[in-house]
Design a binder for this molecule. Sequence first.
Ligand code: SF4
Length: 241
Amino acid sequence: MKIGAALGFNLIDYPGKIAAVAFAPGCNYSCPHCHAKPILGAAAPINEKDFFNYLTTVRDWVSGVVICGGEPTLQPDLLTFIRRLREANLAVKLDTNGSNPAVLARLLAEELVDYVAMDIKGPRHLWPNLTANPGAENAMLESMQLVTRFPTYEFRTTVAPVLRGGEDITFLTVPEMSAAAKMLVEVTGGNTHKYYVQKFVPRKDGLVDARLESFPETPVQLLQDIHAEVLKYIPNTQLRG
Ligand code: SF4
């Protein structure tokens, strides 16, 4: 599998585990607030063999691997890579934008992944603005249903600035996040999901849309107001910094 970057190991990216992190380059979305896509597009790839060698050196501490991106499900040999991780008795967490339900279905069928985290970009009517991929709507809806069948899963939304046309760029609003939460409940048929509402953090070193580099972080008050609203629909909603 193509690995665009590897991030040592940490306790944050895989809740409850010390995990190494592998970033897959390439994404079929161009979310304006994304910093990963530009960085991974410019990074020199890491040899898969070197990554497994690294895992051997940290095996006493590391019990899992997080595969994120970019969009890992675009990698043609993702399943082969994950099978190797499983053979090494490592737990696997996959982060996805939900654009590839066929791959999620295969991962489910082979019971290859322990934990899936899927981005809910915002309310459905804003997906084209938030992903720059208007054709992925049905795929994302199907993925939302599939994700709930993995042993552990989470949904998450970054409260990001939205390009609303011209120079009109403003953060997702409380009513928009309310609509996103209601949609999540309707599409999945449940409300017990772990759902994280995350702040947008600007970066000066390259976002997909450079206009967002000078935006502030998501205001704390907005995050708190969104949290209070979304809790009405999904009781296990948490704010993540
Ligand atoms: S934030 Fe958007 S563009 Fe960036 S990796 Fe995720 S899905 Fe792709």
